[in-house]
Write a protein that binds this ligand. Structure first.
Ligand code: 5HU
Ligand code: ZN
Length: 169
């Protein structure tokens, strides 16, 4: 799930960044995706708003959902019997992609839109197709990525080695 959330950081959606990570039966990652505009449709030239009188000026008609991208980005022949970790419960369109691609389990974090028809329909289809879904409750609320830690660690190790050398002499 943390990998899904990390992938979501790349999304240009100013409101909801969604990431998805697909793993096979051996828990090995076979696909990662986030919500973004189709290839060639430049992020800065496309609308990112959701509320406009003109639907053509909203993101809904254009944005590729994280689940779709994760399936399309797969590095294996297929994603049959895989599990998809996703930040937000899949909408009805993503549920179709999940079902048709043979994914057998959805692990989601947020279900913030659960009362909307897209998500009621999604659950209806997942239930009928026998795709399991469960909410992920993380052990910790946050993970900090500290790029400098690897160098700091090396420094500590070097100091320890030097100290050990001094004591042995
Ligand atoms: O299953 C999903 N996967 C996914 O990638 N998304 C994306 C589409 C939009 O860019 C964003 C939702 O935007 P909003 O919260 O403004 O409705 O999340 C949204 C859903 C559920 O709607
Ligand atoms: Zn979707």
């Amino acid at each position: 799930m943390a990998t899904a959330f990390l992938s979501a950081q790349r999304s240009k959606d100013p409101r909801t960044q969604v990431g998805a990570c697909i793993v096979n039966e051996e828990n090995k990652i076979v696909g990662i995706g986030y919500n973004g505009m189709p290839v060639g449709c430049h992020d800065d030239e496309m609308p990112w708003g959701r509320d406009s009188d003109n639907i053509l000026e909203t993101k809904q008609l254009y944005v590729c959902h994280a689940e779709l991208n994760a399936v399309l980005n797969k590095n294996s022949a297929d994603v049959k019997n895989c599990t998809i970790y996703v930040a937000l419960f899949p909408c009805n369109e993503c549920a179709k992609v999940v079902i048709q691609s043979g994914i057998k389990e959805v692990v989601y974090y947020s279900d913030k839109y659960k009362d909307k028809p897209e998500f009621v329909a999604s659950k209806k289809m997942l239930d009928m197709a026998g795709v399991k879904y469960r909410q992920h409750i993380p052990k910790q609320k946050q993970i900090l990525i500290d790029f400098t830690a690897i160098d700091a660690m090396t420094g500590t190790n070097v100091k320890e080695v030097l100290k050990a050398d001094q004591t042995s002499f």
